[in-house]
Design a protein around this ligand. Structure first.
Ligand code: GLY
Length: 437
C-alpha cells in the first residue's frame, strides 16, 4: 500500500518508522528530515500548499494520507484529499476545530454535558474580557482562540505576574489578532498534574493509548519558557505514578463522549485524538485537545506499539478499528535542543549524532527541526531531535536515554531531570498535596 505522511518533525519520523515496516511510504515535508529520508520516498515542498499535496498524492497513487501537524488540518487538507478518494488519518476541517478553535471545544463540552469541563469565558470584546478578569476570583489562564504553535497560552503566576498583566496580554491578543481571531478564551487555572491520553479514532469508536506525561518548560525543575515539549515518559502499565486505572478509565470516557459530540455537532471525527488533561482534586479536567499525535508523546506510544500501524490505518478508514496492543514496557523520550533554546543563537551549527552507538545501547533517534547539507546535520532554532528508550522499568529506560546523550554532540542541551526518580517522586508528592487541600 502507498501511504503518504505529511510533516517533517520527530512525530512524523516516528510515524514513518512504523508505517515503513509494511507500506511504501511517501513523505511530503518542508525540509529534509534525515530520519524520514532514509525510510521513505519524499518531496520537499510547502506543507500549506494543498493543491501541491493533492497532486503529489495522486501522482503516487496514495491510498491513505497520514496528516502529522495541525496547520494543514486547519486549512482543510483532509477535505481536499477525500474529494479525490484518498482516505485520511486526520479529521476534516470542521472536526479539527476541536484543536483549531478553543471556543468551539469549550462550547462543545457545555452543550453536550461532557465531564471534565472547567470555568471559563469566551470574549470577542476587550472590555467584557477585562471585566471578567477583574471579577473572577481565581487565577486565570489566557488563551488565544486559534492555533499559536503551542506558544500562545499564558498563565497568571507563571508568564503573567498578575491580573493587570493578564489584561495587557488580552489587549495584545485582540490588537494583534494573535492566532487570527479578535477574541480570547479565559479559563480558571487548575491545580494538579498534567497528562496526555491519545486515541486512534475510526469515525465512531476509539482505541486509547498509554498515558504520557510531557514536560513543556524549557529548563530543569520545570522552569523557564513553555515549549512544544522537552520530553515525556510512560509506565509499563500504561498509567502514571499519580494516575490510577480509575482516573485513566474516566479520561477515556471523556474522549469517547467528545468523539460522539463532535460527530453530532459537525460530522465524523477520524484520526488521532490527543487529550491534555489535568488530574485535579475533582478528577480529570480537560485542558485542551489536539487533532493529531503529540510531539514528543508520539515517540513514546509509537515505540511501544505492538500492532502494525498500516493495519490500524486501514481499519480506521474502513470504520472497523480492532484492538491495538502496546508492549508493557516503560518509555522515556528526551528532546535535544540548541543551547539557550528557545532563544538560541546556535542555528546553522553542526550537531553530530552517532546513531549506531545509540542503537547499540537500545535507544532510537527521531529527527525534528534540523536540516542536512554537505557539511552534515545542522541545528535550526527549534527542537533538534528526540532520543527515546524503552525498557522493563522507568529507571532503566531513563538511564539508557541518558547514556545515549553522550553520542550526540554540538551546541546542545537536554533536560536531564525528566523521568528521574527524584522528578517522579515530586510529581507524586504534588498530587498528594493537591488531593489533601
Ligand atoms: N506536546 C504537546 C503537543 O504536541 O502539542
Amino acid at each position: 500500500m502507498n501511504i503518504l505522511v505529511l510533516g517533517s518533525g520527530a512525530r512524523e519520523n516516528a510515524i514513518v518508522n512504523q508505517l515503513a515496516k509494511t507500506s511504501n511510504v511517501y513523505a511530503y515535508m518542508t525540509r529534509k528530515n534525515p530520519g524520514i529520508a532514509k525510510l521513505a520516498q519524499y518531496t520537499i515542498a510547502d506543507e500549506a500548499d494543498l493543491e501541491n499535496i493533492k497532486n503529489y498524492a495522486k501522482t503516487n497513487n496514495i491510498e491513505i494520507a497520514f496528516i502529522g501537524p495541525e496547520a494543514p488540518l486547519e486549512k482543510g487538507v483532509v477535505d481536499v484529499l477525500e474529494k479525490e478518494n484518498i482516505k485520511c488519518i486526520g479529521p476534516n476541517q470542521k472536526s479539527a476545530q476541536i484543536e483549531t478553535n478553543k471556543a468551539f471545544m469549550r462550547q462543545l463540552f457545555k452543550d453536550y454535558d461532557i465531564p471534565g469541563s472547567i470555568e471559563y469565558g469566551v470574549f470577542y470584546n476587550i472590555k467584557e474580557a477585562e471585566e471578567f478578569i477583574d471579577n473572577f476570583n481565581k487565577k486565570v489562564v489566557i488563551k488565544p482562540i486559534g492555533l499559536t504553535g503551542g506558544k500562545g497560552v499564558k498563565i497568571v503566576g507563571d508568564q503573567l505576574k498578575d491580573n493587570e498583566e493578564a489584561k495587557e496580554y488580552t489587549r495584545q491578543i485582540f490588537n494583534e489578532k494573535i492566532s487570527g481571531f479578535e477574541g480570547v478564551v479565559i479559563e480558571e487555572l487548575l491545580e494538579g498534574e498534567e497528562y496526555t491520553i491519545q486515541a486512534f479514532v475510526d469515525g465512531e469508536n476509539l482505541k486509547p493509548m498509554p498515558a504520557v506525561q510531557d514536560h513543556p518548560h524549557a529548563f530543569e525543575n520545570n522552569q523557564g519558557p513553555i515549549t512544544g515539549g522537552m520530553g515525556s515518559y510512560t509506565y509499563p502499565d500504561g498509567l502514571l505514578p499519580f494516575l490510577s486505572q480509575e482516573d485513566y478509565d474516566k479520561t477515556v470516557k471523556v474522549l469517547e463522549k467528545t468523539v460522539e459530540s463532535i460527530n453530532k455537532e459537525v460530522g465524523e471525527y477520524r484520526g488521532i485524538l490527543y487529550g491534555q488533561f489535568m488530574l485535579t482534586k475533582e478528577g480529570p479536567k480537560i485542558i485542551e485537545y489536539n487533532a493529531r499525535f503529540g510531539d514528543p508523546e508520539a515517540m513514546n506510544v509509537l515505540s511501544l506499539l505492538n500492532t502494525d500501524l498500516t493495519s490500524i490505518c486501514k481499519d480506521m478508514v474502513n470504520k472497523d478499528i480492532k484492538p491495538v496492543k502496546f508492549n508493557k514496557k516503560a518509555s522515556v523520550c528526551k528532546y535535544v535542543v540548541p543551547d539557550n533554546y528557545p532563544n538560541t543563537k546556535y542555528q546553522d551549527t553542526i550537531v553530530k549524532v552517532d546513531e549506531e552507538n545509540i542503537q547499540k545501547l537500545g535507544g532510537e533517534v527521531y529527527y525534528a527541526a534540523v536540516y542536512e547539507d554537505d557539511e552534515g546535520i545542522k541545528l535550526t532554532s527549534s527542537r533538534a531531535l528526540g532520543v527515546i528508550a524503552t525498557a522493563d522499568t522507568i529507571s532503566e529506560a531513563e538511564s539508557i536515554c541518558e547514556d545515549c546523550m553522550k553520542y550526540i554532540t554540538g551546541n546542545i542541551y537536554h533536560r536531564s531531570d525528566i523521568a528521574t526518580k527524584k522528578s517522579l517522586a515530586e510529581k507524586q508528592e504534588n498530587m498528594k498535596k493537591v488531593l489533601q487541600n
